[in-house]
Ligand binder design. Structure first.
Ligand SMILES: [Zn+2]
Length: 192
């Protein structure tokens, strides 16, 4: 489930990068705050749709960052999710990226190490950006190999370049023409 759509170079796409790597702490905090507000508003409206379509979850995990040096610190998206009130009934699962991240369209579960005992858990997987899904699919594969299930993937921004193909331009036009309240993005859930 994407919270919002973005195009390369637009404001959301910038915020999704800068909340992690803007040089000034104040700038990172500013962007984290605006993403928190966006996620909180989305969960108020669609959190229960996501919960029921996913069949619920009992843990939350964040797709590892591909930045060098990200290993040392907790992923900032975990802070955004907690501030937005995203509940993780039995805590979080830590995922760590190992070495070079997967290329577009080439998921590689070996990239992701899953910390701790996770067998039997149902996981809500979070990511800030979805482009081709290679990172999220890699994490999903790694979680599955450890005996847990990814119940749903929630991403803040799904990045689409409408200029890349006429079909994408059509799709972008249709999606952005809908009023925000028109319908839930999950088929059959919520909306008029
Ligand atoms: Zn909904």
């Amino acid at each position: 489930m994407p919270v919002a759509l973005c195009r390369p170079g637009d404001a959301l796409s910038g915020a999704l990068r800068r909340y992690k790597d803007a040089p000034a702490p104040d700038a990172r905090a500013h962007h984290a705050h605006s993403l928190t507000r966006m996620l909180r508003d989305h969960l108020e409206e669609h959190g229960s749709c996501l919960w029921s379509a996913a069949g619920g979850w009992d843990a939350v995990a964040v797709v590892p960052s591909s930045r060098p040096g990200a290993l040392a610190v907790a992923h900032p998206l975990m802070g955004v999710a907690a501030a937005a009130g995203l509940a993780s009934p039995t805590g979080t699962i830590r995922l760590v990226g190992l070495g070079r991240p997967p290329a577009h369209l080439r998921p590689r579960p070996e990239w992701v190490a899953v910390a701790g005992e996770v067998e039997g858990r149902r996981v809500l997987l979070l990511d800030d950006t979805w482009t081709t899904g290679a990172h999220a699919f890699s994490a999903t594969g790694a979680i599955g190999r450890r005996g847990a299930t990814v119940a749903a993937v929630l991403v803040l921004g799904r990045t689409v370049d409408p200029g890349a193909a006429p079909a994408l331009a059509d799709w972008w036009g249709r999606m952005t023409a809908r009023p925000a309240s028109a319908a839930c993005c999950i088929e059959g859930q919520g909306g008029p």
